[in-house]
Design a protein around this ligand. Structure first.
Ligand code: NAP
Length: 318
């Protein structure tokens, strides 16, 4: 099958579309014919070799952790999903690095799957799992409730677009950071207050917040704007012991734990029209396409999600 692989860690020129074996499935897995995948910052961090402390991958490595496609085979222990089902998922990270989603076929554990909403294309669906699940789960970790004030950093990014909308659904007052060019965009997603982070720090303009969702590593300022009893979670930085033990505030790191139930919650919100998907750009699964997709992500200024179309004959909204 066609897959984008790397043979060593490095810059985007390491990505290359090659022919590799279709993965075999275990009893609790399904084989998905992948219509689309999407790019997350972890992809270029992994490509650069920054995850070597966590995984002992064997080259060639297939990157990618978002999938939207159709099931073409099911393992013996899989009963809730069937051949032909249209699904989306954030698969587990393969310990040896062979089973990423920049590929025509991916083996996925059935408990990571949810049915793709009928009202969106596979390309739009691929833009949801990793970023959407992270937004949902971190807002839960932050214990965001109706009437509370929450700051969502980087509101125009992949995680931020979902976090703003989900926090508004919870009834929170939402502040977010963005460049001036994204002010109207994040306001259209529901943000009540937009701070242009180029003009100064959040601590200069915000105070008494119940929750801060950090994805840019602005730790001390984020903690400083919390009211006593407030919650801070970062998904992009390592906290010091002193930061974790801040008096009267809950300060922690957050990690996505992929599962199909939470993805089904997002699917329901998409189906009922209360969660909008924003696609920054779409690239083909070619060597040039995947390299360009990574380079776009590495600008740190994607507006929404970067999608990679795997199957070029896909009909929109199929
Ligand atoms: N721990 C986990 O489980 C987990 C899960 C998902 C993501 N992450 C991490 O979370 C981070 C964000 O992911 P993402 O997918 O949302 O990234 P992304 O889509 O690449 O984010 C791009 C956005 O970041 C904004 N931005 C850049 N620098 C900023 C700054 N200094 N202050 C505020 N906004 C800034 C840009 O806004 P403007 O263009 O408006 O400037 C742009 O819209 C990444 O580091 C990623 O690895 C961690």
């Amino acid at each position: 099958m066609k897959a984008a692989v790397i043979h060593q860690y490095g810059d985007s020129s390491q990505l290359e579309v090659s022919d590799i074996a279709v993965p075999a499935i275990k009893a609790d897995e399904v084989l998905v014919e992948n219509m689309a995948t999407s790019i997350n910052p972890i992809d270029y961090k992994a490509r650069q070799g920054l995850l070597q402390g966590m995984f002992q991958w064997q080259f060639p490595v297939v990157l990618g952790w978002d999938i939207a496609g159709r099931i073409i085979a099911v393992g013996d222990d899989v009963h809730d999903f069937h051949v032909g089902d249209a699904i989306f998922a954030r698969p587990d990270i393969d310990p040896i690095g062979k089973n990423g989603t920049y590929a025509e076929y991916t083996a996925v554990k059935a408990d990571k799957l949810a049915r793709k909403p009928d009202n969106i294309s596979f390309e739009a669906a691929a833009a949801v799992p990793l970023a959407g699940l992270t937004a949902l789960q971190i807002l839960r970790q932050l214990q965001v409730k109706a009437g509370q004030k929450v700051l969502i950093q980087a509101g125009a990014g992949g995680v931020g677009i979902y976090a703003i909308q989900l926090a508004k659904k919870l009834g929170a007052y939402v502040a977010t950071t963005a460049s001036q060019s994204n002010r109207d965009f994040v306001t259209s997603l529901g943000a009540d207050r937009v701070i242009d982070y180029h003009q100064g720090t959040i601590a200069e303009v915000l105070s008494d917040y119940d929750a801060v969702f950090d994805m840019v590593g602005d730790i001390d300022n984020g903690i400083a704007i919390l009211k006593p009893g407030g919650h801070f979670v970062t998904i992009s930085a390592t906290l010091t012991e002193a930061q974790k033990q801040t008096a009267n505030k809950t300060v922690s790191e957050g990690w996505l734990e992929t599962n199909g139930q939470d993805l089904a919650i997002l699917a329901d919100a998409i189906t009922d029209g209360t969660l909008e998907i924003v696609v920054d750009s779409v690239y083909p699964l070619t060597t040039d396409g995947i390299r360009a997709a990574h380079e776009r992500s590495e600008t740190h200024h994607a507006r929404g999600k970067i999608v990679v179309k795997v199957k070029v004959t896909e009909l929109e909204g199929e």
